[in-house]
Design a protein around this ligand. Structure first.
Ligand code: SAH
Ligand code: SF4
Length: 350
């Protein structure tokens, strides 16, 4: 596909700007409407796809504008049907995206940054540092790519790929709204989930959004010293402050946040750790997702045995806390939580 950094991406135009461009080219107004439909409703990735637009007009448009869509540089298909994509943006930066089809549903896990600056000790993304944040369009492009590849409508999106969405808050909210828009992919707000390591001012801002987007928090320990070791980037946002922020969030929104808890052998699966988690959650509106840590190369951390995961679920349930044990999908292709890496691309795009 031809690319240009000098021509602007046609998808960044507003409807008014597009009208003006079409009028300038001496075309009737209905052409602008047709083009807008292709660009914003049908999410095409090239001028050639605009089959009801005359070829001459398509050529004129392509002289002025481009589609800065990502290029698929690699794809892996898991035996469970999920797919991991390495998508490269026009400036050469690449991120990983995962598509998880099941029955009539298609969930997509997108990245919000290339890499991550938060430095969580158990996360492959965190270990490699941050390259840059993504724009809202780049987040949405990942969803569109998976939808086109599988030929299916996307029914839910989790912002749980590479990066910390709340370290890139404004673009994340813009992306949520683009995905939610009836002129875009029209995905229900409750089916759009953002996961954060716990950046408290942003949790408060998220609580103030009018839409019913879903919130997940990476907790991983309810004991401060353990959490500091595992998640040094959020040391200053203490568990007490997190507890209070979530209290405020549930009062304001009436919605149930999810806590993510990846169980690490000998680290957060001990008796005091289990008790602390039960105390943290008991009596609050929340849902706990337990998973076995996914292995990452050269890491000292290992997954807890399944019987520990089941024991923690039992204990939480006894204390009245809703709990699910989640299976990581795509672990055979390193597409599971925390396994998405920054990849250095030496190859040049053709
Ligand atoms: N930065 C955000 C979202 C991306 S990480 C966040 O941290 O919430 C998505 C989820 O995968 C988070 O819950 C994260 O803590 C978890 N995760 C990271 N590494 C993992 C690993 N090795 N095994 C299991 N889960 C992991
Ligand atoms: Fe970043 Fe989330 Fe990984 Fe922590 S777990 S390093 S916040 S992507």
């Amino acid at each position: 596909m031809e690319r240009s950094h000098t021509r602007p991406d046609i998808r960044t135009l507003t409807a008014e700007e597009l009208n003006a461009v079409v009028a300038e080219l001496g075309q009737p107004a209905f052409r602008a409407k047709q083009i807008a439909e292709w660009v914003f409703d049908k999410n095409v990735g090239s001028f050639d796809d605009m089959t009801n637009v005359p070829k001459a007009l398509r050529e004129q448009l392509s002289e002025q504008f481009c589609f800065a869509t990502p290029t698929e540089v690699a794809k892996q298909v898991s035996k469970d049907g999920s797919r991991k994509y390495l998508l490269q943006f026009p400036d050469g930066v690449a991120v990983e995206t995962v598509g998880m089809p099941s029955h009539n549903r298609l969930a997509v896990c997108i990245s919000t940054q290339a890499g991550c600056a938060m430095g969580c000790a158990f996360c492959a993304t965190g270990l490699a540092g941050l390259t840059r944040s993504l724009t809202a369009q780049e987040m949405v492009d990942q969803v569109i790519h998976v939808s086109h590849d599988l030929g299916e409508r996307v029914t839910s999106v989790v912002f749980m790929g590479q990066g910390e969405p709340f370290a890139n808050f404004d673009e994340t909210v813009r992306a949520l709204r683009m995905l939610n828009s009836e002129h875009g992919l029209n995905i229900g707000a409750r089916h759009l989930t953002v996961s954060t390591c716990g950046i408290i001012p942003r949790i408060r801002a998220f609580a103030d959004l009018p839409e019913q987007f879903t919130l997940a928090i990476s907790l991983h320990s309810a004991i401060q010293s353990t959490r500091n070791q595992l998640m040094p980037g959020v040391k200053k946002y203490t568990l007490l402050r997190l507890y209070e922020a979530l209290q405020l969030y549930t009062e304001k929104t009436g919605r149930r946040p999810t806590y993510e808890f990846a169980m690490i052998d000998g680290v957060n699966d001990t008796n005091p750790e289990m008790n602390a988690l039960c105390d943290f959650c008991e009596g609050t509106l929340c849902h706990v997702n337990l998973i076995q840590l996914n292995d990452i190369p050269d890491s000292p951390f290992k997954p807890s045995p399944m019987k520990k995961v089941e024991e923690l679920q039992r204990r939480l349930q006894q204390r009245g806390v809703e709990t699910t044990i989640r299976n990581s999908r795509g672990s055979d292709i390193d597409a599971a939580c925390g396994q998405l890496k920054q990849r250095k691309l030496n190859m040049r795009r053709s």
